[in-house]
Design a protein around this ligand. Structure first.
Ligand SMILES: [Zn+2]
Length: 155
């Protein structure tokens, strides 16, 4: 499938999801023009605030391909990803992101993630979410163990 067809599929998924009672977001993950996985927003259906279309598609693609590395795939999102999904896209190492509607379009529909983008840029003490750096003697132990581990699966 061509890029435009893949994007139209992501948008069609979003449209159908609204008709089914879900949020107005869809995503498609493809490799060499072939759809690997699809996702739609399932936040309210699953009572899962992380069930955004892009995350759903990444989970499905990784399960299908039995990998946590999607560097040979690309993602088509019906809307510009929120900070969580953008982070997930980076973690999944997708090599290209295409999006249709913008975060401003989403904000007009009361999905305003500009707030989160602004929060990320702030020092902890200026964020709306009270955030405290708590140090303990054990705080570095997970990384000490990880760094010393010779048989780890790096990711
Ligand atoms: Zn998202």
């Amino acid at each position: 499938m061509k890029k435009e067809e893949l994007m139209r599929r992501a948008i069609a998924l979003a449209v159908e999801n609204v008709r089914q009672g879900g949020g107005p977001f869809g995503a498609v993950i493809a490799r060499n023009g072939e759809i690997i996985a699809e996702g739609v927003n399932r936040v309210t259906a699953h009572n899962d605030p992380t069930a955004h279309a892009e995350v759903q598609a990444i989970r499905a693609a990784c399960e299908k391909l039995s990998t946590f590395d999607l560097s040979d795939c690309e993602i088509y999102a019906s809307c510009e990803p929120c900070p969580m999904c953008l982070g997930a896209i980076y973690w999944a190492r997708l090599h290209h992101l295409f999006f249709a509607a913008t975060q401003h379009d989403a904000a007009e529909a009361n999905f305003d993630d500009a707030f989160i983008y602004r929060e990320i840029a702030l020092p902890h003490s200026f964020r709306h979410l009270p955030t405290e750096h708590m140090t303990t003697a054990e705080a570095g132990e997970p990384f000490r163990l990880w760094n010393a581990k010779t048989d780890k699966v790096a990711y």
